[in-house]
Design a protein. Structure first.
Length: 196
């Protein structure tokens, strides 16, 4: 079995040929022609694969903006969610897929969505994975820099834990607070204070 479980502090996206159906395979592969054919044949655009991932999230995580645009143009809800309540913007941010992030934002995706099991915003996902370019774009769209996920951690905490200092510095410049109580541990507080 060949599968990848992408996890952000418990946030999980599953992508696998073992879990996926034809639409999800085509979306992950970026095969616009096959996605079009499947939709023309009546494939349900909202149907999740057996892992609970809608095709829009699969395409977003894989960085397939052409497929994402097609799915949205064909009526897929931009706020469709997986089992954990995550959206396509969370998936694209986690995957570091800048073009897909920009497309989703241009189409109206909620930059501050935390209506998921993890209470994580797309900024949390991008920061934890160290995608500074995505962090920068999300910040220009007024992403909430002090948003706290279900354990109380901010995007700065997520970036710092993983030593993604480019992302952390962007967050600090955008006004993220560097408070010892929020940063869990002297080392992280010291590192963030040095970069402030």
């Amino acid at each position: 079995m060949n599968y990848v479980c992408a996890s952000v502090a418990g946030l999980a996206f599953f992508t696998s040929a073992a879990f996926a159906g034809p639409l999800h395979d085509a979306a992950r592969d970026g095969d616009v022609k096959r996605v079009t054919l499947l939709l023309d044949q009546g494939t349900d655009i909202t149907e999740p694969d057996t892992a609970g991932e809608p095709a829009l999230l699969v395409a977003s995580l894989a960085g397939r903006p052409d497929v994402v645009a097609l799915l949205l143009d064909r009526g897929c809800d931009i706020e469709i969610r997986n089992k954990g309540g995550l959206t396509a913007l969370h998936a694209a941010a986690y995957g570091g897929n800048l073009d897909t992030v920009k497309l989703l934002l241009a189409k109206g995706a909620d930059v501050n969505d935390t209506k998921n099991f993890y209470k994580m915003s797309p900024l949390h996902a991008a920061a934890e994975e160290g995608h500074a370019d995505v962090v920068a774009v999300l910040l220009t769209q007024k992403a909430e820099v002090e948003a706290k996920e279900r354990n109380g951690y901010t995007p700065l905490t997520q970036a710092g834990w993983r030593s993604h200092w480019d992302a952390a510095e962007l967050l600090l410049k955008a006004g993220a607070t560097c408070q010892k109580a929020d940063l869990v541990g002297d080392w992280l507080y010291t590192e963030c204070t040095k970069r402030k």
